[in-house]
Design a protein around this ligand. Sequence first.
Ligand code: UDP
Ligand code: MG
Length: 313
Amino acid sequence: MPDPIEISVVIPVFNEELNLPRLFERLYPVLDGLGRRYEIIFTNDGSHDRSFELLRERHAARPDVTRVINFNANYGQHMAVVAAFERVRGRVIVTLDADLQNPPEEIPKLLALTDAGHDYVGGFRLNRKDSAFRTLASKCINVVRSRITSIEMTDQGCMLRAYSRPIVEAVVQSGAINTFIPALAYSFAGNPVEVGVKHEERHAGVSNYSVYRLIRLNFDLITGFSLAPLQFFTMFALFCSAGSLALVLYLAYRRIFMGAEAEGTFTLFGILFFLLSVAMVGIGLIGEYVGRTYQVVRSRQRYFIKEVLETRT
Ligand code: UDP
Ligand code: MG
């Protein structure tokens, strides 16, 4: 019997042909140098470029430690990670981006902390190398998240993290569809810790996240972990309707005791439009939660795997 696998490294890959060769060059020596049994699971998330061919070659070169999951289409970074989570064999699972923004050389730092008994090690990026807009936006969302959820996290966007196996199993079990993995895993952690890790510019290519995808992702984070937006909205709506009730009573009073009047019509329109917009935001917000409920209730297969390259050891 060979020793059990200690470390599983999980890497989602979407159109990373320019980064993969360099990633292989840097990652394998780091892991080989640990002197522990490990495996690397790459999920090809429907790349349109040569990423999968490169992964196939890599699997042929290092079949002992390389496994490749090939999706039929693009399901997003988090689904790619979940698919790998369902297949991990290691005792500790490390997630990493393929674009070398998280230096593989930092992995031993995380492992030192899991060895010390932490079941969740979250990385946060020291001197973050992203655009000013991204950095600012992520600071704002951090503030909102820490207010309305009980998740304590310095940097939710950092994917360089290590989890113990039971936490990864809990993430898989929870079967969520729109999953923000670092936050979901955090909610299962018993002894979490954070550590600063270096951050580099993307080695090549551009970020896969447009502003639209980022908004979707952060909506996932907020509505996936909290009903606060719904509750805030209800409170705000109550407040507004109390105000408008007072206004209606006042207008009725004036109508009865002072007679009809046409002045102030536009003020009234203003108020009306405002209330309408409040109602529309509310409908949208409710729709968001209903949509999520629908997705979970429908329980459709979350992704489809075309093939898995692995060698049973
Ligand atoms: N990724 C993925 N599927 C996607 C988008 C991204 O698997 O639909 C992978 C991508 O290959 C990379 C990681 O997720 O390994 C982070 O993506 P990216 O670098 O574009 O995000 P950013 O660093 O800008 O947040
Ligand atoms: Mg990146």
